[in-house]
Ligand binder design. Sequence first.
Ligand code: NAD
Ligand code: WQD
Length: 339
Amino acid sequence: MKILVTGGLGYIGSHTVVELQNEGYDVVVIDNLSNSTISVLNGIEAITGIRPEFEELDLRDNSKLKDFFERHNDIDGVIHFAASKAVGESVGKPLFYYENNVSTLIHLLQELLKLDKQNIIFSSSCTVYGEADKMPITENAPIKPAQSPYGNTKQICEEILIDTCNVSSYLKTIALRYFNPIGAHPSAEIGELPQGVPQNLVPYITQTAIGLRKELSVFGNDYPTPDGTCIRDYIHVVDVAKAHVVALERLLNNHQTSNYEVFNIGTGKGSSVIEVIEAFERVSNQKLNYKIVERRTGDVMSAYADISKAKNMLGWTSSLTLDEAMRDAWQWEQKIRTK
Ligand code: NAD
Ligand code: WQD
């Protein structure tokens, strides 16, 4: 079985390529290297013993994509990670985000609809729920008006998939709404490579501990939560990657109950910012330098997943703990800084 992974050299994509290859799939990766490096191929090869086929290609380039599919018309499924993901950046560059995240999905679907096998898994996000009314968040929770162009692109892409599935019954789609993927491969061969100052909590923690940043700013401790800091559903990236393999099998084995399905991908457990810091301190055996500052604009107080749909219908649950994720994130940070 041949699987196309777009954005397959990125953070979640590279971990998914590893899991696919471990399960015996042939993988072709498309990436334009805008937020990744070619050396990720070495990491994937070091873990699996297999170097996936790779094409440096920008999905915005319609004609190159068309040419790619003419040469690879035997693809059995597509996992579409490629997108830009910096929420703050998207506010300043809305057109870039709409082009890079929305037009690329359209190009991909146009080509996919010409194939015999029309299976696609789409990377969505818990960001579509915004500040949800009820915890844990089920897939039926209302989609809230997006707080950023990035969030908007995920909502629009889901709608594009729904509308296309409505008229193309051969097209089979699963949208996975990830909560907060963290950590790295336990081998420390692949992990997250944030450009510039990290906006996300865990890379900020590990970069502070390694000495790249002076201290972590904790954005607010006056939320109505047990310790006053925000709550999120942090999930090990390897668990997220494995969810793609089971979702793909559901598509390939025709097990869907409708040709568009959506699943939350989280642990089902919320952790506060302070709990994440404490987990880091436990696994690294060191104190983290941090201070409490003002709330960050746009942050929701709490977001964690109801995972019963994924458990019941995909037969998937996460298996790695927050401590394991922090251990692997820390191992990875140490490895890349000593290279
Ligand atoms: P990432 O930036 O590490 O990976 C994305 C990859 O896509 C990169 O390698 C980048 O070079 C590539 N890419 C971007 N635009 C491209 C284009 N036009 N053509 C070809 N390649 C292109 O991001 P990630 O964290 O691995 O996220 C993967 C997907 O999951 C994204 O769609 C993201 O929005 C979504 N997501 C991520 C998170 C998260 O916290 N990391 C949470 C929810 C959803
Ligand atoms: C987590 C918690 C911060 C940094 C983002 C995107 C979302 C989705 C997941 C893609 C929050 C706190 C953070 C720091 C802090 N991505 N924090 N100091 O905000 O849940 O979501 O990633 O789809 O769209 O918005 O993740 O890692 O930025 O923050 O105190 O320096 O850590 O306030 O409570 P978030 P995050």
